[in-house]
Each structure stands twice: as structure tokens, then as C-alpha cells.
Design a protein around this ligand. Structure first.
Ligand SMILES: C[S@@+](CC[C@H](N)C(=O)[O-])C[C@H]1O[C@@H](n2cnc3c(N)ncnc32)[C@H](O)[C@@H]1O
Length: 256
């Protein structure tokens, strides 16, 4: 009875006042795609010594070679450990490198520190670019990120808003019914039946798009698709015309 009286006498108002702040902090937790990569951060850079990461980087570099100009402002959306951020810097761009994983950002900071004032780092959600003015960037790179976000449409709309007219978007997208992803999904299902976890990334990598829909989808955000390369880590080139590749790597421009 005494305990009950004591509980009733506690003034809960200060705690209730803290509730919105708590809820806000909770909502500000890491986005799921960033949380997934948090544990992969220390070894992420090493992936690029493997042939299929190197080949993907070659395709991206072949685009960056002709779209990045010295002195331009670029945004690396979901920069990871900064491997491709370094490619933008090499070509003379100033870069804002954004990621939701603190560990990935630490890796990027550590490896890019010699670039001093040319690169700045931001921790945040790639779907929320409200911190940026409109038309602030000459280019945006978004490599292997959009498939991990909850609202890809918002990412594209926001990218369009912060791009200058004629600004470039270099974007990779997983196509629907990709040979590799479909096989991995099937294997994941079978492994689960025997209690094993395989291809765990498929739990957070959800967005896929039909190759035929890419141009129209970008157009709805005032972005014109200029070219799109197929990239696949295992399929020989000849088979990529028969089976869908694992990634489409697109070069696009913001239009008026
Ligand atoms: C597959 S990695 C790609 C990293 C880098 N772009 C590359 O190609 O090496 C995906 C990155 O996106 C980040 N990411 C995923 N979803 C995110 C989100 N909603 N907001 C911010 N970062 C996110 C992860 O933390 C991770 O660093």
C-alpha cells in the first residue's frame, strides 16, 4: 500500500517531457542499410582487391572520366569507406561524402585525410538531403546504395533537387530478375530450410527495377537517362544479353 502511495506521489511530468526527445533519438537511429554495413566497414576496402569489385569500379570510372571536372562540387551518396570518393577527388572535384554508418565514415575519414579541405564528411540518411540548398551540386554519385533504402523515389527526388540543371547523376541499380540475385534468393530460401543464413544482404537490399522502367522513373524527377551499362560479376559478356545482369550503372543528367 505504501509502495502504491509512493508511486502515485511521483511527478511523472518531467519524464513525459523527455518522451518526444527519446522518440526522436530512436527515430534518428541508423537506417537499416547503414546498420547492415556498420559491421562490414573495416574490410569493405579490401573487397576492391577482388576482381568483380575492380570491374564494377572500372565501369564507374569510365563514366567519371568524362563527367567530373576540376573544381566541381560532388556528393557521394552512401560513400562507404570512401574508395569511389577518392576517384572523385583524384579528378579534382570537391566532395561531400555522406553515409549513415559511423564505422564506414571513420574508414573514409582515415583513408582520405590527406585530401584535407577538398572532402567533408556527413553522417546521415541518404534519403534526407534537407541540409543542402537546392542546385548545390554539379554531380552525385550513388553506387550500390539505392537498393538499401526504404524510399528510393525520395532519394531520386532529393537528388534532383540538390543537383544543378545539367548536373550529373551516376547511379547503380539492381534490375528485377537479375540472374545472380534471383539465384541467391532461391539459395537463401533453401539454406534457411536447414537453418543456415546465406546472402543476408538480401534482407535489407530490396529495391529492384525493370530495365525498361529506368528512364521513365528518372524522368518523373526531371532526370534524363543518357546511358546505362550492364555489369555482372560472374556472367560472361555474351550471356549478359540473355540473362539480366546484377547491376545497371547509369549516367543521367538533371534537366529543367
Ligand atoms: C554497398 S555499400 C556501397 C559503398 C560505396 N558507395 C561503394 O560503392 O563502395 C552501401 C553503403 O550505403 C550506406 N547506406 C545504406 N543505406 C543508407 C541510408 N539509408 N542512409 C545512409 N547510408 C546508407 C551503407 O552504410 C554503406 O556504406
Amino acid at each position: 500500500m505504501n509502495t502504491l502511495r509512493l508511486l502515485c506521489s511521483i511527478d511523472t511530468r518531467p519524464y513525459l517531457a523527455l518522451l518526444p526527445k527519446y522518440l526522436m533519438l530512436h527515430q534518428m537511429g541508423m537506417p537499416p542499410g547503414a546498420e547492415f554495413h556498420e559491421h562490414l566497414a573495416t574490410n569493405w576496402r579490401e573487397n576492391y582487391s577482388r576482381l568483380h569489385f575492380k570491374n564494377r569500379l572500372d565501369v564507374i570510372n569510365s563514366i567519371l572520366d568524362h563527367v567530373v571536372q576540376e573544381g566541381q562540387n560532388w556528393l557521394d551518396l552512401g560513400c562507404g569507406s570512401g574508395v569511389i570518393t577518392a576517384e572523385l577527388l583524384k579528378r579534382g572535384a570537391r566532395v561531400v561524402a555522406l553515409d549513415g554508418s559511423p564505422a564506414m565514415l571513420n574508414e573514409a575519414r582515415r583513408t582520405l585525410k590527406k585530401n584535407g579541405g577538398l572532402v567533408s564528411f556527413r553522417e546521415g540518411d541518404v534519403q534526407d538531403l534537407t541540409w543542402s540548398d537546392s542546385s548545390a551540386f554539379d554531380g552525385i554519385l550513388c553506387s550500390s546504395v539505392i537498393e538499401y533504402v526504404e524510399n528510393p523515389d525520395e532519394l531520386i527526388r532529393e537528388s534532383s533537387r540538390v543537383l544543378k540543371t545539367n548536373g550529373v547523376l551516376v547511379l547503380s541499380l539492381p534490375p528485377k530478375y537479375s540472374f545472380i540475385r534471383s539465384s541467391q534468393k532461391a539459395l537463401r530460401f533453401l539454406f534457411k530450410l536447414i537453418g543456415k543464413e546465406q546472402y543476408a544482404y538480401l534482407d535489407v537490399s530490396n529495391f529492384e527495377i525493370s530495365p525498361a522502367a529506368v528512364a521513365g522513373w528518372l524522368k518523373s524527377a526531371n532526370i534524363r537517362l543518357d546511358q546505362c551499362f550492364s555489369y555482372d560479376p560472374v556472367l560472361p559478356k555474351k550471356l549478359v544479353s540473355i540473362f539480366r545482369p546484377s547491376l545497371l550503372i547509369c549516367e543521367a543528367r538533371k534537366v529543367d
